[in-house]
Design a protein around this ligand. Structure first.
Ligand code: ADP
Ligand code: MG
Length: 286
């Protein structure tokens, strides 16, 4: 599976330009993290990729064919978890998945449902009504329906929102296993979600791509721009993008990202979060 996004623009009827001339190539197998602040255009891009929206400019090719013409083939090979996915509260997990399997036209729903329930570790809740599930368990049902039919393209829009740390780790491992032979795109604004599992990162901001590459490359891009210092007076923090402040006995220990670090700052190894914040802060300063 290969997706080519060519000069794609999306302007909503309200006049809001959510995506501005995007160019991007995605190829399986890969687990791609789509990172960006709220309102960056992540959900819009995902809706275009699942043909829930049509771009107002440019085109998207799936395996070389325009998406508009390959729509049916694409949908048969697609699992999608929208950001605001509604579940049917009065159905049991199995009943809901059976309904989704019917919508997808799966030939052997029973086996497929068992398989996805096992994949998200929900065996003991298979007969439970959805309204009795915790937030994390509901998200797992959402992920399970996306996995139905073994699609080769999976798109998860903020799948880890509202999950506790343990659940997030469980999902990360699940995504990583899923991506072994597929193309998986997941959006998030939580850096740790992409840090440990994604092999590619796409950073999007105000409808434009700021970065594509590996997590290591993103980290490298901030080398020399991350510093730490003890702030004795507030003036020292001026003009810096402070990413951490800890009150200690010796003063306020600050971590900051900046184009040019002040002389009093000690240069630190960037983390992925530093690098992301540096990228976004530079763009915001424009
Ligand atoms: P993200 O998922 O990164 O938070 P979205 O893709 O949801 O961002 O939104 C990108 C921009 O487009 C935002 O400014 C948002 O307000 C706007 N937007 C999203 N959906 C619509 C819509 N249906 N009509 C008008 N503007 C929209
Ligand atoms: Mg969104």
């Amino acid at each position: 599976m290969e997706l080519k996004i060519q000069n794609v623009t999306m302007t909503y009827p309200s006049g809001k330009q959510a995506l501005k001339g995007l160019n991007l190539e995605l190829k399986s197998p890969s687990l791609i993290g789509l990172l960006g602040p709220n309102g960056a255009g992540k959900s819009t891009l995902m809706k275009l990729l699942v043909t829930a929206l049509l771009p107002t400019g440019g085109c998207i090719l799936a395996d070389g064919k325009p998406l508009a013409r390959a729509e049916r083939t694409l949908k048969a090979n697609l699992g999608y978890l929208p950001q605001d996915f509604g579940l049917f509260d009065e159905l049991s997990v199995t009943q809901f998945l059976d309904y989704m399997a019917a919508l997808k036209g799966l030939p052997n729903p029973k086996a497929a449902i068992q398989e996805v329930i096992a994949a998200v570790n929900l065996e003991e809740k298979a007969k439970a009504k959805i309204r009795t599930l915790s937030g994390g368990q509901r998200q797992r049902v959402g992920i399970a329906q996306a996995l139905l039919g073994d699609p080769s393209l999976l798109i998860f829009d903020e799948p880890t929102v509202g999950l506790d740390p343990e659940e997030r780790i469980h999902f990360r491992n699940l995504f990583s296993r899923t991506a072994q032979n597929r193309l998986v795109l997941l959006s998030t604004h939580i850096i740790e979600d992409v840090q440990s599992v994604c092999d590619q990162i796409v950073v999007i901001h105000r409808g434009q791509i700021l970065f594509t590459g590996t997590p290591e490359e993103l980290i490298q891009s901030a080398a020399g721009h991350v510093g730490a210092f003890y702030a004795q007076e507030a003036a020292q923090e001026r003009g810096l993008h402070i990413t951490a402040r800890v009150n200690t006995g010796k003063g306020v220990r600050c971590r900051a990202v900046a184009d040019v670090l002040p002389a009093f700052a000690q240069v630190e190894e960037p983390t992925l979060e530093d690098a992301y914040l540096y990228l976004i802060s530079r763009e915001a300063a424009r």
